[in-house]
Design a protein around this ligand. Structure first.
Ligand code: PEP
Ligand code: MN
Length: 342
């Protein structure tokens, strides 16, 4: 971190500033120019608040040199992280997997839907048993019975399941049921106590981007999980809120190469929540694949008109099948011989 001090700074103020920096366990490297004094703060600056520094009268401006995310940073971990989701399904480092299923677990149709998505090439089951609904009066999900159905689908289809955990108090139940991948939804993307508890497990975590999160904030959320010891984080771009109203969200596909540049963690895209309308899901699934996403999460329903939630963005199994054909063509066009299909 670099602090540029105002030219008017007195020796006494400078001494005081250097003592302040040293008291934080950092070294202060001074460089005096004609116009300004530049102080390099060397050491672990993760606990220094740049806004506090900038608020000091003698400080002109402050610049971070290194990113605050360390464990998620590609600089300190150049190789891609590969997350093992169970049943031989891997995501990241050339391994691509599609997670598919209904928005909500509604009953036994989950197994039929996922049998169809598996036949089309999906590698993981999705379905929410605990649903974060905007209205408290809307269906909140099946709860534990929904987890049981997911487990049944998992055993029958021999595929890992990915489902959302909303409340830290549900974690023992998710672990007891052996849920393979725990999803953190957009609404909980910065629920730090939840992220910390998930960080104490060794479960793969699908961490969705918050609807108004910057990429840096998203990576800091991943850092919360990783700093507790769990490196199995898969990031999921699911669209952000912009001024656009023609789609539910704006799927930020810039984020895919940006995350790959900044971080070694895999990033998957969710074109269902990213667009909100069935008609746009396949084109954006293809676009995300072309942008280098390590996987996709897609909502599929056997009868979208009757879905408990998100029917407007669900693909039917037949539409999903066609989408998967296009996705496979794009994957083969952009991957080199050593990349694998999970
Ligand atoms: C979901 O996956 O069904 C979901 C609620 O997603 P998000 O948290 O991205 O809105
Ligand atoms: Mn949904």
């Amino acid at each position: 971190m670099i602090a540029v001090l105002k030219p008017s700074v007195t020796d006494e103020q400078l001494d005081h500033f250097v003592s302040w920096v040293e008291a934080k366990g950092l070294k202060a490297h001074l460089s005096r120019g004609d116009e300004e004094i530049i102080v390099g703060l060397v050491g672990d600056t993760t606990k220094v608040d740049p806004f506090l520094l900038e608020s000091m009268d003698i400080v002109e401006r402050v610049q971070r040199v290194s990113e605050p995310f360390k464990k998620a940073n590609r600089k300190f971990h150049p190789e891609d992280t590969v997350v093992d989701c169970g049943f031989g399904v891997k995501i990241g480092g050339g391994n691509f997997a599609v997670i598919a299923g209904p928005c909500a677990v509604e009953g036994r149709n989950l197994i039929d839907i996922c049998r169809a998505t598996k036949a089309a090439g999906a590698k993981m089951i999705r379905g929410g048993a605990y649903k974060p609904r905007t209205s408290p009066y809307a269906n909140q999900g099946m709860g534990p019975a929904g987890l049981d159905l997911l487990c049944e689908a998992r055993e029958e289809l021999q595929m890992p399941v990915c489902t959302e955990i909303m409340d830290v108090r549900d974690l023992p139940l998710f672990l007891e049921k052996g849920i393979d991948v725990l999803q953190v939804g957009a609404r909980n993307a910065q629920n730090f106590p939840l992220l910390k508890e998930l960080g104490k497990t060794d479960k793969p975590i699908l961490l969705k981007r918050g609807m108004s999160e910057t990429v840096d904030e998203w990576l800091m959320a991943a850092e919360y999980i990783m700093s507790e010891g769990n490196g199995n984080v898969i990031l999921c771009e699911r669209g952000i809120r912009t001024f656009e109203t023609r789609t539910r969200n704006t799927l930020d596909l810039n984020a895919v190469p940006v995350v790959h540049y900044l971080s070694h963690l895999p990033v998957v895209a969710d074109p269902s929540h990213g667009t909100g309308y069935t008609r746009y899901v396949t084109p954006m699934a293809c676009a995300a694949t072309a942008a280098g996403a390590d996987g996709l999460e897609i909502e599929v329903h056997d009868n979208p008109q009757a879905a408990w939630s998100d029917g407007a963005q669900a693909l039917t199994p037949a539409q999903f099948d066609r989408a998967m054909e296009q996705i496979a063509i794009i994957r083969s066009a952009i991957t080199t011989g050593d990349a694998q299909e999970a």
